[in-house]
Design a binder for this molecule. Sequence first.
Ligand code: ADP
Length: 637
Amino acid sequence: MSLKYKLSIITLTIVIVAFTGCTRNKNGETSYKSGTYTTEADGYGGVIKVETTLTGEKIEKIKILENSETEGIGSIAIEKIPSEIVEFQSLGVDAVSGATKTSAAIIEAVSKAVEEAGGDVQALKKAPVEKVKGEAVIKETDVVVIGGGGAGLAAAVSAADNGAKVILVEKTAALGGNTVRAGGPYNAVDPERQKNVEPADETSMQKVLSLTNVEPKNERHAQLIEELKEDLKTYENGSKDYLFDSLALHKLQTYDGGDYIGKLDFIEVLVDESLTTSEWMAENGVQWTDEISTVPGGLWPRAHLPVNAAGYDYIKASENTARELGVEILLNTKATELIIENGTVVGIKGESDGQNMEIRAKVVIIATGGFAANIEMRKEYDPSLTENLPTTNSPAIVGDGIIMAQNVGANLIGMEYIQSLPLGNPKDGTLNGWIGGAGVEYYYQVNKEGKRFMAEDGRRDTMTAALLAQTDAMSYVISSTNNDVDINESGINIWGDNVDKLIQDGIVFRADTIEGLAEQIGIDPQVLKETHDTFNNYVKTGKDNDFGRTLFGEQIDKAPFYASPRVPTVHHTMGGIEIDLENHVLDANGKRIPGLLAAGEVTGGIHGSNRLGGNALVDIHVFGKKAGEEAARIVKD
Ligand code: ADP
């Protein structure tokens, strides 16, 4: 334990006070002892240190001195809660949606300061928060985008870049949606990056080959099989000292991974435009690492990662570009209905900060994400996904756009296909809070008995089913310190979590030996050691005799070792609004609904029954960009 840390525990509350004595308010009641108080409380990512200035009757100023909250999620509460407490002189301000722990921690820290100063915390918690209603929002524009996640921002950027006047409405206090919560893997076949990756072993290549022995479902599928055979031939005739990959392979893995239910023409666009779209994103400010790895359920090492905090990098870059291009972004603005006149969508209605909102537009783009956080809706389409299962999703992802589109006659497709992951944080279902997230290559997973139970490089649906069959549907990801992608020099993992804090809070376990780790998580040390040694032997030989895993990195052998508890969690809804290849929303007869486009997780039919890990961020950016271009084209016409 560092001295700094010890000191911070001992002096949990440091009071720097320039006492002016006990002041009295108008009614003669005792008020705050004026001064500046430094207090702390536990946030989501670590200790939040707050400086509160109190003068007589007033909370004058609140400054956050230190925090490790997640960018784009907790950081919104860091910005918002202090100013609201000061504005309303109340500790009863609403928590920021999706950042409840951070919000509560700030309120707790300020409460401690109030208490130190002799104030009445309970009374302040009841003090009314009466927001002055602004003006009704009545506007007109070329393009209105509903939803400020990855797809909505990509659409807004490309529409504005192509000359359209754009308004984007986002119902929460912050941009980001599920995109900001994503680990960030973006699949793209990338001849440059794959040159630096070891060739795949023979078993992996056998899996590739097996895709060429499938009975073709249609003519284009047959052609793709031929293309893959050709690509393999070219590779075989070359130096073979780098990783094989090809567009045909990515397409066939996506098509096969979704049980041949996904629409092949959409899969082709997704794959063909993935690399160019990643370059477009780079022009807009996303910085990519030079490496590629395999995201769980991604099946092949072609996942690109942004350099900083996963999904936040995408949102920040797109937001900056959107603002530079003059996109008007309205936060706390919820669309509730599409305005349709003579069969054409001409705008949206809803509410903005408690006031009416109506925006008329030549084109409306729906980008409201999926519905995994809507328990009733997901149970309607898959009764097994009950309230017992947590979700990785933001609480805002409840299918609004699907319902609005349905109300104007949109066709829905593939609604029953809902994906769960075997990698949820048992505390809250999120993807945060584990070590190994940089890629399948960096971990293996055991059940409560200390035994592996699946190939960790398999399909997400198969892996989740395997986990559900284990004792208490509970598992531990076992990883070690042999990658620097997972934990950066500041001790932060790719999800933006402070690793020491994860250990301190008992979310992740750490030990210098595998046996020591086993003891901490209540597994027989001998059993875990045997599993561990057997696994590392499979890494050496490239052959998993138990479950047929084929994707390996280095051996998991550098202390300290980590165990991260993981449970099933509902993640992605593959179904949604049916669109055509130009992003137009279709009705039940396959006809376009004029004026209405959609992009991102709100759309259905692309991934089939199971989405490949790392393909969602491609989907939302490729089709988000295309939606914006199409909207701008319509406006020009
Ligand atoms: P995608 O990955 O498809 O971009 P995300 O989940 O990242 O989807 O983002 C969807 C965004 O849409 C979220 O920020 C969510 O808060 C927002 N949203 C959902 N429903 C509405 C609505 N009715 N009005 C405005 N914004 C909405």
